[in-house]
Write a protein of this length. Structure first.
Length: 103
């Protein structure tokens, strides 16, 4: 497999993970930070914008998995690369949003 497929799968995991909180908050009617808020990433965006932003992230992640190489499921380097992308977004997000909720 070509090395840059693993980079694509890493970013697929990051995009797919980032889609979850935006989409869930959006369909729940909750405001949530997006890059389009003021200030970016700190202010709150509307639920509708979060549904759109979550959907865009979901589509990008899906395309990276399905259109780049031939993603192999199971315990493979493909899955490992994707899981590392998941952790790269999930862990910092849990810390950042954990601090935000305490305020």
């Amino acid at each position: 497999m070509v090395w840059y497929f693993y980079i694509a799968y890493f970013f697929a995991g990051a995009f797919l993970t980032n889609s979850v909180p935006h989409f869930v908050n959006g369909i729940s009617g909750q405001k949530f930070p997006t890059p389009f808020a003021h200030p970016p990433g700190k202010g709150l965006s509307s639920p509708t914008l979060n549904v759109w932003w979550g959907s865009v992230n979901l589509i990008i992640g899906y395309l990276l998995v399905t259109c780049v190489g031939s993603f192999a499921t199971g315990f493979t380097f493909d899955s490992l690369a994707m899981f590392l992308g998941v952790l790269a977004i999930a862990l910092p997000s849990s810390i950042a949003f954990g601090k935000r909720k305490k305020r």
